[in-house]
Write a protein that binds this ligand. Structure first.
Ligand code: 13P
Ligand code: SF4
Length: 305
């Protein structure tokens, strides 16, 4: 089947199955094109919880589908490629976190949504790249244990300096490999360009940024800013929608390394198969789900700055 035929078949089957197709901003272009909704990890999980459709086909990585299953346990959550993990999420385990908590009993554990349900269950509150500053500011505790992303953690520490921090030393291999020389070169080649960066980038990269935000924050910044050229410090899948929404603007990826292999696994064939079989399903054991849900719900109750 060619791409158009596959996309049509997927749309038809999604209707028959009463399924909502959601895709993260880093998914392959053709996957984003066939989806009902694209967005950042928080927005997609919220959509999954809000929809009255029975089936959620989550085109993203494992922790995202797990968040949807935590928030919407009555729905069938499908992850077309169950092998699409997130290496950063895998850098912390519930046992490892428990051991660190014992060393810091007075700390509040703030866990990035890029984590397993078991780790969320051991946490006090979650955060995402779009609300992490508001979450940190909202907490009464002086000491925060930031898990698992050392770069997001250090970014928050700079923005909310009145707290004391302990960082889990995890990182995103895709964002962490971006180098300052690559940004300096891109800026020299495009002197009028603005540089927008994801907070998973290293601190020396964030020092060079004009704007630091989540993936969906980048769409908003590019749309509302009068600049016409942007250097994009995140995974290259974001270019598809940036270019579609801003045909008169130029977007530059400063490095060949900004590709998340896990985000690229899901193909149209995988989505079709998943809709046909209603597999692979993502579920979370109820005792873990309930505790992870508390961490997510505390995050959702934090007002945005
Ligand atoms: P967003 O929440 O900004 O979409 O980021 C998710 C992610 O995995 C970034 O690498
Ligand atoms: Fe995980 Fe990084 Fe891929 Fe995002 S880009 S899913 S943080 S490995």
């Amino acid at each position: 089947m060619n791409q158009d035929a596959l996309q049509q078949r997927i749309r038809q089957l999604a209707r028959e199955r009463n399924a909502l197709l959601i895709a993260h901003n880093y998914q392959r272009d053709e996957v984003q094109a066939v989806a009902d909704i694209t967005g950042d990890s928080l927005a997609l999980s919220l959509e999954a919880a809000r929809t009255d459709q029975d089936v959620i086909v989550f085109c993203g990585v494992h922790f995202m589908a797990e968040s949807a299953a935590i928030l919407a346990p009555e729905k069938t959550v499908l992850l077309p490629r169950p092998d699409s993990g997130c290496p950063m999420a895998d850098m912390v385990t519930a046992e490892g976190l428990k051991a660190l908590k014992e060393q810091h009993p007075d700390a509040t554990v703030v866990t990035y949504v890029n984590s397993s349900a078991a780790v969320k269950a051991e946490s006090d509150i979650c955060c995402t790249s779009s609300n992490a500053i508001s979450v940190a500011r909202s907490l009464p505790a002086k000491k925060l244990l930031m898990v698992p992303d050392r770069n997001l953690g250090r970014y928050i520490a700079r923005q909310v300096p009145e707290k004391d921090y302990i960082f889990w030393e995890g990182y995103c291999p895709t964002h962490d490999r971006l180098k300052t020389e690559e940004i300096i070169k891109a800026k020299a080649d495009h002197p009028d360009a603005l540089f927008m960066a994801h907070p998973e980038c290293r601190p020396d990269i964030l020092d060079l940024a004009d704007h630091i935000c989540s993936t969906s924050g980048m769409y908003e910044f590019a749309r509302n800013n009068p600049a016409t050229t942007f250097i994009v410090g995140t995974e290259e899948g974001i270019l598809w929608r940036l270019r579609k929404e801003n045909p008169d603007k130029t977007f530059i990826i400063p490095s060949h390394g900004l590709i998340c292999p896990n985000m690229k696994l899901t193909s149209l064939e995988d989505i079709l198969k998943s809709l046909q079989t209603l597999e692979p399903r993502i579920t979370v054991p109820e005792p873990i789900r309930l505790r992870a849900l508390t961490s997510l719900e505390r995050m959702l109750a934090v007002p945005r700055d």
